[in-house]
Design a protein. Structure first.
Length: 418
């Protein structure tokens, strides 16, 4: 495992990786554990597919907007206080979501849950840049995302069991338990990772200057485009697969949870492959090779659906290929977007996160209007994003994502940091 630079923190490398894993895993806990409940939730609350999708879409858009607020706050006040406040709010919102008795109330609490979730993901990405230079940070991120993948593998199975044995309320309450556990770990184990706070980060004029500087950087735009494309394809699977597998292909809720878990296992395999590729090919070379998995998964799923093949395997096998590619692109992309900005990593992480969630929100709205009794809307969406991932990885990232141009982080405790 990579060693930490000389810093003022008492955290061991293992604590850093566990912290990152818990923070980043809150996102699949909030979505994957929830997905097996959607058909049951729709029936019990008497909601339309569009309204049911909105419980996910509202969470995603508030997650994106929340990152625009949380990023500058984390640069101004530090990662730890923002994390503690965010995790406390997330836990409360999760409990209230589980107690909801109408679709309108559930949408509201899920929106608040998404806003609070922004603290975990934005600060998690920023912590990596606080402590590591980009190449080393990508390997650390791949370890954390590997742990996230294992949690994501269990989440849909647990969600399926809870909704089958108890109720959809119990499945939502499970996210509150995970949030409370993460809050406790951060409170007792996490030391502040930000070397120097920026007292001007939240002032409107400075905030606009920071946004302009980040958005103007070619590397940021290239890596953000890659993240948006790979996340867009994954979100097609997250938002649409429960209806396709359960309502169209006739699988049980428990079987669907198991299917989603196998996709998470493929994602874990992708993060392991990412570590190996990074050592030999660097960031750009790694995503160049990972794009083949995204392209093969997306195109094969679309082709099979267009040919009229509506079976579980026609979705599941291409889904595995796309998930492997996602496991390669995520660690590289998340490090790439913050790499040029050691002094404003929170702002860079928040802008890239907002772009990803805006992409996901668009996917959710499109699915809400196009999902029918076929696999075609899902398959065409994944296919389109698979092609887009390959195009960005082979062009923009190769041209503008050069890690050699990224300024290394200043270790804590050095004269420059002080």
């Amino acid at each position: 495992m990579p060693t930490l630079p000389a810093t003022r923190t008492r955290m061991s490398p293992a604590v850093v990786v566990v912290t990152l894993t818990l923070l980043l895993a809150l996102q699949p806990i909030t979505t994957d554990l929830y997905l097996p409940t959607l058909p049951t939730l729709q029936l019990e609350l008497g909601a339309s597919i569009g309204a049911t999708q909105l419980t996910l879409s509202a969470l995603i858009i508030c997650f994106g907007l929340g990152q625009l607020v949380v990023g500058p706050l984390a640069d101004r006040f530090g990662r730890r206080p923002v994390l503690l406040a965010g995790m406390a709010l997330y836990t409360v919102a999760s409990v209230l979501s589980a107690l909801a008795q109408s679709i309108e109330v559930l949408i509201g609490w899920r929106a608040l849950q998404g806003a609070a979730l922004a603290a975990a993901v934005t600060c998690g990405r920023s912590i990596v840049r606080d402590l590591y230079a980009p190449h080393e940070g990508a390997r650390v991120m791949s370890r954390a995302l590997g742990g996230l993948g294992l949690i994501a593998m269990l989440a849909p199975v647990v969600g399926g069991l809870l909704v089958q044995w108890l109720s959809w309320h119990a499945a939502l309450l499970a996210s509150a338990v995970f949030g409370a556990g993460t809050l406790g770990f951060v409170a007792f184990k996490f030391d502040e990772s930000l070397a120097q706070r920026d007292p001007l980060a939240t002032r409107p004029a400075q905030l606009l200057r920071n946004w302009r500087e980040v958005l103007a950087h070619p590397a940021f735009r290239a890596w953000t485009a890659l993240l948006c494309c790979t996340w867009g394809g994954l979100f097609f699977l997250l938002a649409g697969s429960s209806f396709v597998f359960i309502n169209v292909l006739g699988t049980s809720r428990l079987a669907y949870g198991a299917i989603l878990s196998t996709s998470s296992l493929a994602y874990v395999a992708g993060t392991l492959l990412c570590r190996r590729l990074l050592l030999r090919h660097g960031l750009r070379g790694t995503v160049k090779r990972g794009a083949w998995f995204s392209l093969a998964g997306g195109v094969s799923m679309a082709a099979l659906s267009l040919a009229g093949v509506q079976t579980v395997w026609a979705i599941m096998l291409p889904q595995w290929l796309f998930a492997v590619g996602h496991g390669i692109h995520q660690p590289c992309g998340q490090v790439g977007v913050v790499g040029p900005f050691p002094d404003k990593a929170g702002t860079a992480a928040s802008l890239s996160g907002f772009a990803m969630m805006a992409t996901a929100f668009g996917v959710g709205l499109w699915l809400g209007h196009t999902l029918d009794h076929s696999t075609l809307p899902l398959a065409l969406g994944v296919g389109g994003f698979g092609v887009a991932v390959a195009a960005v990885a082979w062009t923009r990232v190769q041209r503008d994502g050069e890690p050699g141009a990224i300024r290394p982080a200043v270790p804590f405790g050095t004269a420059a940091a002080r």
